[in-house]
Ligand binder design. Sequence first.
Ligand code: CP
Length: 308
Amino acid sequence: MNHFLDINKTDPSDLRAILDSAAAMKSARVGLPKGTLDAGAPLKNHMVALIFEKPSTRTRVSFDLGVRQMGGQTIVLSGSEMQLGHGETIADTAQVLSRYVDLIMIRTFEEDVLLELADHATVPVINGLTNRSHPCQIMADIQTFEEHRGPIKGKKVVWCGDGNNVFASFAHAAGQFGFDLTFSGPKTLDPEAVFMDEARAKGVTINVERDPAKAVAGADLVVTDTWVSMHDSQTARERRHNQLRPYQVNGALMANAKPDALFMHCLPAHRNEEATDEVMDGPNSVIFDEAENRLHAQKGILRWCLGV
Ligand code: CP
């Protein structure tokens, strides 16, 4: 059974096949109304549960739309309204849902919830974000980079800011797709060392550079994310802002990267905090392509999970 739990847990040849399938489905839809059924309706007769224990705009809409475009049906569930949020075990939830649906996508807090769900489900499970990783986002980001600049292998990607769950999936992707990755942020918000060590073991260069101007020198892609993630305590907000302000992605910082360096942000953004409007809306920004590609990349993931 093909679960899609993390990029480092999926074979590189499968990751490439997912992106090829996503690109083919995307190009086949050019000019069509969003509700048009994909040729062959590959998810016809399939039922997908989408569980959200945290807020979402992109993940919720893109998964729901993607399943429908492929001819399947969805049940969207809020964690707090399920018995899961009121004491039912994850194992029991997994086994019950597996009797009703063909695939489960979950956005949750602790990674252990995702892993336990996958352990006990008898249908594929997709990670729609945990506190520890966000693999669907980075699959969309790789698709986006390659649409604009060709193969990401050997390119330099620079992350400015918090070493959070989205960075973790970039580190996983660096090892699997073969690009170099530099983390630039305060030491107090460093990513877990395991993410970087594992990528290094696969032969890619993973650097830490505290000076953001030095970090982005020669970058093909500059990425940032919100300074306070959904799972971070709001009481830490001011401290995080003070620590992260030097890592704001603005025009002056981007001037140190390659002239054609792309800018990415997975959204939602706090504009003029982690990145300025000048960069977010500038000519090198591909933030809305990333958002669109959530739809296409996830359709590739769904098909791979279901083998259709
Ligand atoms: N980037 C992302 O996952 O967006 P949502 O939180 O809106 O799903």
